[in-house]
Design a protein around this ligand. Structure first.
Ligand code: ZN
Length: 1006
């Protein structure tokens, strides 16, 4: 095969060369064309022309069968699939799929929803006429296998269904917009599956329903095609990087399978489950030449069924074997992708009893044919990559399409050959999900009906509903036993401790009527279990580079109580199914002043913006009214119609109490600030999650780039708060200020033009993406804060705020061995009197990704050293450790008290430091620590926290007075992937209290 010289062979020779005989197992059909079916000669010649080496093709794709009535992709593309210079818009892909649907009864197109920007998403079913005619009957069979409760978990009944059902294999393309090859590969794949009469393809067509969503990220696809067209029109110039993909996020659109915030995730899951499909196979293009990362590397997600792990191995190994036998280099299935996080789109299948699969093929980020040079680790021969990719080769989009199609066709064929096994497995995985309470457990998760954070609880329940999890509500109060917590074994029993004393009795827990019960005896118990449970990633795990987040525990991330119940009595509690969380809320009591308790619920901010004309104050201390204790931060509303408040609070799951008289408590007004939301042209990925959160909360803001700051004459006159969310990639201050060099190349426009009609979408635009904030912009930000504005930053933008000297008394130190990889950590309240802390308790769980290590001081330019035991230890001398030393011949010295400070406290300057020292920061201008990281032992809550000592006790959220204004710095990331609602209110409190942030400051009062 490899000796076959491309140029020396005519078309026929090529076909013979690449369809040489293979040894297949007894009875298995060989891949390759049907000699009796004519080939589309012109199309086939172009496949040959655009494939850069014969071994980058296979006998499955090195020809195209001809059809009299079915159009090839050429009718829409003007050339063959994978041709250089051609990238179709989503609309063009759909147009072709609909032409197929018209031309053959073997194709049906379904609209499956729209994107955030209103573009359509489709799913294309390709199968035999008979299968497509009998879709409904077939679906009834699959639905019973998907929910074995419908057949009373009877295996014999399942076997009958397994014998008759046609499985569904769902393929999704181009979720990652710069990975551009899948749409044309899938157009051609649909054609082949509908037209090819070779036995190999016919078996797939007759045996499987192939379902295809050719473009998952439709908004991003259209922008990417715009950019490619711009590039073709300006071939010698740099072209703009794809800064926006979807409306909100870029690469993270493939990390949404837990919180389900994006339309594309919701549409794909609804389609996948709506068809009761068995496989979800997602196509990516960032590894040469085909990495079937289905098998990947450990650690594997702890909640997947071992049956699925076995399926990964079966399909992955066979896939490698098939392509290897075709002589295609660079195909492998083990690699650096760990299968821990369930955040990937394909993992929707793994968490819903299906089979998740993911391909990384090799894309050129467009349709140019390019010389590609690989990194040594990419072309290295390893135990799992015995036939690695070539160090250097000419690579085309057609090559990529060949790999994608060959991989998919061999997968489909193998899947069909073994479909009875896979269908039975599908049933078994569903059955084992239902049996969870009596096998590995738990029996259920319970969310108490009296959780003070009702709106956050409702948000969490809505995530589970989007995941198609069944939720029930108890109609009576009930009690469950909780497992006894094992005490750590002591080396020796302490003195007086009896040997063999009876273990402590199990504790019980009471729940009120109306508590939510997530039963684990349901088909989708697996996903609920995975989302609500805790994660432990050992610091000693052989996997030293986690691929993504290591934790996601939703109860912690949403700040609501979730109890894991193993006591199966919980399943017999009287309960009813609910399809929408209880509409808690509304107004009770009599009076014209209304109180809403503050439990740091994001909905409170929505309420402030929605009731524009109401006067709303925050109580600066707790108070009592009507025999009830209200916490600090409680909202007090006046000048609002009861009916309006009732409707608003109901819609927000908030509860208001009418009070007979205004409580006697110090208050300040809560105002809806005018917000500037700042982004860079470096990356909009991480801030996208902040935009999404604000949009969902219906909080308005002006969205602008760093470039827009300098031209605004008076920022403070226009805005009260500037939000500068994290950028990502640890962007430095220099990058933020300077941007990309403007002296070296051409401008990079991000504008809607006739050539690029989709680029800006509903987001921002610029004639040149290169310039950054600039020094004028820096000066404007400094002036804004000096004149009383509030600047809020997180992670890398916090570092930036430090760099431009806005934050007296705050420094950062570099991490040494610390490794906190997308984990949930404990933080502790330091200053609950700060309005930023309103609604929070002593302990706050937060998401952390190696957050910057802040230290605070009372002097400019000073760095703090951690006070270790060695610092305070007494020197060698007389007496014991705690005795004072003496000096012979002298009366004992009066030893002055050494002021001691906790690590998160601003040290009070000593008398010596205060002497003639202009660097001492006045008390009311010193940083105010709101939250700090927990002590080392309490830091890990979920996920990988290693070397936590370095950040333990350091500030996590800081309010730094600066001029007349404030800079609020986050080390944690409070707004992330729709998963961190527990910490949203730290940002929202800053917004609503923007002009009262110094309330409750102890030193300010002096
Ligand atoms: Zn990708």
């Amino acid at each position: 095969m490899r000796q076959c010289h491309w140029s020396k062979f005519a078309l026929l020779g090529f076909l013979v060369c690449c369809t040489g005989s293979f040894a297949f197992a007894d009875g298995e059909t060989q891949p390759g064309r049907d000699a009796k079916q004519p080939v589309d000669e012109a199309y086939t010649a172009k496949i040959r022309k655009y494939t850069t080496q014969p071994y980058f093709a296979s006998p499955l794709v090195d020809y195209l069968p001809a059809s009299k009535n079915v159009p090839t992709p050429e009718v829409v593309l003007g050339d063959v699939a994978g041709a250089p210079g051609i990238l179709p818009y989503a609309e063009e892909v759909y147009k072709y799929m609909r032409l197929l649907e018209k031309a053959t009864p073997r194709v049906k197109v379904f609209s499956i929803g729209t994107t955030e920007e209103g573009r359509e998403m489709i799913a294309v079913a390709v199968s035999s006429e008979t299968n497509l005619k009998n879709l409904e009957q077939n679906h009834e069979r699959l639905a019973k296998l998907a929910d074995p409760r419908t057949i009373h978990l009877e295996d014999a009944e399942a076997d009958k269904l397994v014998a008759q059902a046609v499985p569904v294999y769902y393929i999704t393309g181009t979720i990652h917009s710069p990975e551009t090859g899948a749409p044309t590969a899938l157009m051609e794949l649909a054609y082949r599956l509908a037209v090819d009469e070779s036995p190999y393809i016919r078996e797939i067509r007759d045996g499987v329903i192939t379902l295809i969503t050719p473009v998952v990220e439709v908004d991003g696809r259209d922008r990417m095609v715009d950019i490619y067209k711009w590039h073709l029109a300006h071939p010698k110039e740099f072209y703009p990087p794809l800064i926006y993909w979807g409306k909100y996020v870029a690469h993270d659109n493939n990390r949404d399978a837990m919180a389900m915030t994006l339309k594309l995730t919701q549409n794909v899951l609804n389609t996948y489950l709506g068809w009761d499909a068995q496989v979800l196979h997602d196509l990516h293009e960032s590894v040469p030449y085909l990495y079937d990362n289905t098998v990947g590397d450990g650690p594997y997600n702890a909640w997947v069924d071992p049956i699925l792990v076995d399926e990964w191995q079966m399909i992955g190994s066979r896939n490698v074997a098939d392509l290897t036998r075709f002589g295609m280099p660079g195909v492998f299935t083990h690699g650096n992708f760990d299968t821990w996080s369930p955040g990937y789109l394909m993992f929707l299948a793994a968490m819903h009893n299906g089979i998740s699969r993911l391909y990384e093929t090799f894309g050129n980020g467009g349709a140019d044919t390019r010389e590609r040079t690989l990194e040594p680790e990419e072309y290295a021969r390893t135990w799992y990559k015995p036939n690695p990719p070539l160090p250097k080769t000419l690579w085309s989009q057609r090559n990529n399409n060949n790999y994608e199609e060959t991989g998919l066709l061999t997968s489909l064929h193998y899947f069909n050959e073994n479909k009875r096994l896979f269908l039975k497995n599908f049933y078994l995985k569903s059955k084992r999900s239902i049996e969870k309470p009596s096998t590995e457990g738990p029996a259920a998760y319970v969310l108490p009906g009296n959780d003070p954070r009702a709106s956050l609880q409702a948000d969490l329940l809505r995530v589970l509903l989007k995941q198609h999890v069944e939720i029930s509500r108890a109609t009576t109060a009930f009690q469950v036993s909780l497992p006894v917590k094992k005490e750590k074994k002591k080396a020796k029993p302490a003195e007086g401790e009896e040997k063999g004393k009876t273990p402590p009795a199990p504790t019980t827990r009471d729940f009120v009527a109306g508590s939510y019960i997530i039963r684990m005896d349901q088909p989708y118990s697996r996903v609920a279990d995975a989302l609500l449970d805790y994660q432990y990633w050992s610091p000693k795990d052989p996997q030293t580079t986690p691929y993504d987040d290591t934790a996601w525990t939703f109860g912690e991330m949403f700040g609501v109580e979730v109890t894991r119940v193993v006591d199966s009595k919980v399943l017999s509690v009287p309960m009813e199914r609910v399809t929408e969380p209880r509409p808690a809320g509304g107004v009770s009591g009599e009076g014209t002043i209304f109180a809403i308790e503050n439990h740091a619920e994001p909905a409170l901010a929505t309420l402030r913006y929605r009731l524009k004309d109401a006067s709303i104050d925050a109580a600066e201390e707790g108070f009592e009214a009507g025999g009830y204790k209200y916490p600090r931060g409680t909202f007090l509303l006046k000048g609002v119609e009861r009916a309006e408040l009732d409707a608003t609070t109901r819609s927000l799951n908030l509860h208001a109490t009418a009070l007979a008289a205004a409580p006697i408590v110090k208050t300040h007004p809560l105002r809806a600030p005018r917000i500037a939301f700042l982004h860079t042209w470096i990356n909009t990925q991480d801030e996208g999650w902040w935009r999404l959160a604000l949009d969902e909360l219906q909080i308005p803001y002006d969205y602008m780039s760093t470039q827009a700051i300098a031209p605004i004459p008076d920022l403070k006159a226009k805005y009260d708060v500037i939000l500068f969310p994290p950028i990502g990639w640890n962007s430095s201050a220099a990058t933020i200020i300077e941007g990309l060099p403007t002296a070296w190349g051409n401008p990079l426009p991000w504008l809607n033009t006739p050539l690029t009609p989709n680029l800006a979408g509903k987001n921002d635009s610029t004639p040149d993406m290169r310039p950054g904030l600039g020094w004028d912009g820096v000066a404007k930000l400094q002036e804004f804060v000096k004149n009383g504005g509030v600047l809020l930053t997180a992670a890398d933008t916090s570092q930036f705020a430090l760099s431009i000297d806005l934050t007296n008394g705050v420094s950062t130190s570099p991490a040494d061995k610390m490794k906190i990889v997308g984990a949930i950590v404990g933080t502790r309240m330091v200053d609950g009197a700060s309005p930023i802390a309103y609604g929070y308790e002593e302990k706050v769980s937060a998401y952390c990704e190696n957050g910057p290590i802040f230290s605070v001081n009372s002097m400019l330019g000073a760095r703090r050293r951690r006070l270790g035991p060695e610092g305070g230890a007494r020197p060698t001398g007389r007496g014991s450790k705690d005795d004072p030393d003496f000096v012979v011949g002298r009366i004992a010295d009066q030893i002055p008290d050494q002021p001691e400070h906790e690590l998160w406290e601003v040290p009070v300057p000593t008398d010596e430091q205060l002497h003639n020292n202009p660097r001492v920061i006045p008390p009311n201008a010193r940083p105010r620590v709101i939250l700090r990281y927990a002590d080392e032992k309490d830091l890990p809550i979920s996920g990988l926290v290693d070397g936590g000592k370095e950040i333990a006790q350091h500030p996590a959220v800081l309010d730094v007075p600066s001029g007349q204004g404030h800079v609020v710095l986050f080390s944690i990331n409070p707004v992330y992937r729709g998963e961190t609602e527990n910490t949203y209110a730290l940002v929202l409190n800053t917004l609503l209290n923007y002009d009262s942030l110094s309330v409750g400051r102890k030193d300010a009062e002096k």
